[in-house]
Design a protein around this ligand. Structure first.
Ligand code: HEC
Length: 134
């Protein structure tokens, strides 16, 4: 009985595996974004939210961050290091900032550094995706 069904099982499994591979590749972009969001929540979520309707936490709200002038979210009390930064957030300065915030802007009150380039890339991709949707 078992012997007779094994060949068919093998074929069925191969078809399922093929279908899975196909859906994985078409869903890759979505999966990347889900991974990116998870990374953001894990690494930054204790201190930051991105929902424009939510208030600040320990750090300022990051809604629409990419393209926003540094140190300008209404109602948040920034350090002079950020209030006087004078630049607009983009992928480049975000990369430097989350690599080591206090080395990039000495005097900043954000105690964060991330040594893993893959994690930094995911976080920045997530923040960029939010600004495109806005
Ligand atoms: C322990 C809390 C904490 C964590 C974790 C944290 N931040 Fe911050 N963040 C802050 C604080 C506090 C400030 C305000 C810094 C200042 O005024 O010098 C800030 C400011 C910022 C700003 C400046 C925003 C603006 O309006 O100019 C950005 C961008 C930012 N954080 C991104 C991130 C990202 C991305 C992560 C995760 C990789 C992260 N932060 C993790 C506390 C945190």
């Amino acid at each position: 009985m078992m012997g007779g069904t094994q060949g068919g099982m093998g074929k069925a499994l191969a078809v399922v595996a093929g279908a899975l591979l196909f859906s994985i590749s078409t869903a890759q972009a979505d999966d990347d974004l889900v991974a990116a969001q998870k990374q953001f929540v894990t690494s930054c979520g204790t201190c930051h939210v991105v929902d424009p309707a939510a208030g600040p936490r320990q750090g300022p709200n990051l809604a629409g961050l990419v393209g926003r002038k540094a140190g300008t979210y209404p109602g948040y009390k920034y350090s002079a290091a950020l209030a006087n930064a004078g630049f607009t957030w983009d992928a480049d300065n975000l990369e430097k900032w989350i690599t080591n915030a206090q080395a990039f802007r000495p005097g900043s009150t954000m105690p964060y550094r991330q040594a893993d380039p893959a994690k930094r890339a995911r976080i920045i991709a997530y923040l960029k995706s939010l600004s495109v949707q806005k």
